[in-house]
Design a protein around this ligand. Structure first.
Ligand code: ZN
Length: 229
């Protein structure tokens, strides 16, 4: 059995000085793939230089990350043209950012880019699921990709199920009934979001790549089945 971490931030673990150790521990725990997320030009440049076995990556302008800037858009276009990305992200809407028009306009620009280059999108959403759903349904109904760290309600999950997006689950899981519906619908993945999204019962200053196994076992506890054979 091999596990794939559908969302994490390898450059941030590198900056903490723990990346090599964490990759080794994760490999020992049966994890052999990582979808790393680059959120600003420094992080794009770092990912471009890496040659980490099992790593794919996405780049985007995040709606609420202090280092993300609309000025990175040109670099993002270059990356699309170079064919090095496996997705655009993480991008989306975040209720903590008071500049609503600003975050919507940069989101739309990036959705057009994803459409033009036929790349999947990795969405980051904080308390704006319905706004995002409406925007996608009206403008990009064929969008592919993932709602990363999905923890919405059953009603939100059912709405998004009308689109072709998948659900990516981390330790901040939605309610058990929502998890069960997501698993039975299909098109889902698991992620750590390391160094973010530390499982609540663990004491550490950041989340680690090896903790993907906790997400796996939590989901199996909820569904009562062995989902990874
Ligand atoms: Zn993330």
């Amino acid at each position: 059995m091999k596990l794939f971490d559908n969302h994490c931030h390898l450059e941030e673990l590198f900056r903490k000085g723990v990346l090599e150790k964490e990759l080794a521990e994760a490999r020992a725990a049966g994890i052999n793939g990582w979808f790393s997320s680059a959120l600003c030009s420094d992080e794009y440049a770092w990912h471009l230089k890496q040659n980490i076995e099992g790593m794919i990556w996405c780049a985007g302008i995040h709606p609420n990350y202090e280092k993300s800037s609309e000025e990175d858009f040109g670099f993002l276009v270059n990356l699309c043209e170079a064919g090095v990305l496996s997705g655009i992200g993480e991008i989306g809407l975040d209720s903590r950012n008071p500049d609503d028009d600003g975050q919507k306009s940069i989101l739309l620009k990036q959705l057009e880019l994803a459409r033009d280059f036929e790349l999947p999108v990795i969405f980051h959403v904080v308390k704006r699921y319905y706004d995002l759903y409406k925007l996608l349904k009206d403008n990009f109904p064929k969008i592919r990709g993932w709602l990363h760290g999905f923890n919405g309600s059953l009603a939100i999950m059912e709405a998004f199920s009308n689109l072709e997006l998948g659900f990516s689950l981390n330790a901040r899981l939605p309610e058990p009934e929502v998890v069960k519906r997501i698993i039975s619908r299909g098109n889902w993945q698991i992620e750590t979001d390391a160094p973010y999204a530390l499982p609540k019962n663990l004491k550490a200053d950041h989340n680690s790549l090896k903790n993907l196994v906790f997400v796996k076992s939590e989901i199996e506890n909820i569904t009562g089945g062995n989902l990874w054979k």
